[in-house]
Design a protein around this ligand. Structure first.
Ligand code: SAM
Length: 233
């Protein structure tokens, strides 16, 4: 089922316009076809009933109950040197239910703050695409970039993903009785020893995943996927 963002609603009808209308036409959605619609943080099933030059008219069939993620997860992602990798990370983190992503400037990360800030709009577009594809009706938040030195373990469980350190096995951590988790993932060059020590001394739990070293984007997917699925409902 293709999913689109509705731009307005009146009674039992939704309206799709502008870019979303273009997407609908590209997908060759036909009259009578059932589609998904995201509107004000909710996901609906609707039928395309009319296609006008400037809008598509859809009739609501039902509201789809979307379970919110079991945990509020903040991803602290050290900005990768290959900035396109961040696009992949933003997409995957949205699909996997992260509540927000905070770009982090670390010793070995991409460090151009203004370039990162300029990327926000692009990332918000990527988040919208990921929302449609994954049927997630509410967006992941992109926070302003921060320096690694300012990171504090502010959630119920705070994980430092560090392949350079023999930390805990992720299965030793309890995600069942907690409401919020933070996950810190390094850039391509990983964390410096000093960075790892600083974050561990503040209370971040170092986790080393088996069996090998992953790319940042892989570590994001694996850690978010495990945490979300080890959490209680
Ligand atoms: N340059 C590093 C090296 O030579 O080993 C690899 C860094 S890795 C590409 C990027 C980030 O992914 C790491 O900083 C860490 O946050 C995460 N990561 C990769 N493999 C991991 C693992 N096995 N366990 C925990 N975190 C991992």
């Amino acid at each position: 089922m293709h999913t689109f963002f509705s731009s307005s609603k009146s009674g039992e009808y939704f309206y799709i316009t502008q870019d979303e209308l273009k997407h609908l036409r590209v997908r060759r959605v036909s009259i009578g076809e059932v589609i998904g619609l995201i509107w004000e943080g909710k996901l609906y099933k609707a039928e395309l009933v009319k296609l006008e030059p400037k809008r598509a008219v859809c009739k609501i069939l039902e509201i789809l109950e979307v379970e919110p993620p079991p945990l509020k997860v903040t991803l602290y992602q050290c900005i990768t040197q290959d900035i396109k990798t961040m696009d992949t990370i933003i997409y995957k983190a949205t699909e996997l239910g992260a509540s927000r992503v905070v770009p982090v400037i670390s010793e070995r990360s991409f460090r151009n703050v203004s370039a990162i800030t300029k990327r926000k709009e692009r990332w918000e577009k990527i988040i919208r695409e990921a929302m449609k594809q994954s049927g997630r009706p509410f967006p992941m938040e992109v926070k302003p970039p921060i320096k690694l030195e300012s990171l504090q373990p502010a959630e119920d469980v705070n994980i430092l993903m560090d392949n350079f350190y023999d930390g805990k096995d992720i299965s030793e951590l309890n995600f069942k009785e907690v409401e919020s988790v933070s996950i810190v993932v390094g850039p391509e060059g990983g964390f410096s020893q000093k960075e790892g020590e600083t974050l561990r001394s503040r209370g971040f739990v170092s986790v080393k995943l088996k069996p090998f070293t992953m790319r940042s984007e892989t570590a994001v997917v694996v850690s978010l996927g495990i945490v979300m699925n080890l959490a209680g409902s």
